[in-house]
Design a protein around this ligand. Structure first.
Ligand SMILES: [Zn+2]
Length: 94
């Protein structure tokens, strides 16, 4: 388990502690100080703990929406829900 910056290697002085720990994995949640390329010419602020990597795409003329503990709880729930959906359901023969 480690931080995932979408394949980028970030140094400690390139990331910022958001001030709370992830309720899912207990790791401190960090965010990139600058937008990172996420492919297709897009840039995004990336935030990561050990179980979630979240990015906020940059939109012209709009501020990045700040990542808060409340929002992070939502991201963890989304990731958990997706993992559960990937579990194949047993086919009913009844
Ligand atoms: Zn986590």
């Amino acid at each position: 388990m480690d931080y995932d910056w979408l394949g980028h290697r970030l140094y400690p002085n390139s990331i910022r502690y958001l001030g709370f720990k992830c309720p899912g994995c207990g790791a401190g949640v960090y965010t990139s100080k600058r937008p990172l390329p996420i492919g297709q010419g897009q840039l995004a602020i990336v935030a990561s703990c050990f179980c979630v990597t979240h990015f906020t795409p940059a939109v012209d003329g709009r501020k990045f929406e700040p990542v808060t503990l409340v929002r992070w709880v939502g991201f963890v729930e989304q990731v958990t829900a997706m993992a559960e959906e990937e579990t194949p359901n047993r086919a009913s023969t009844a």
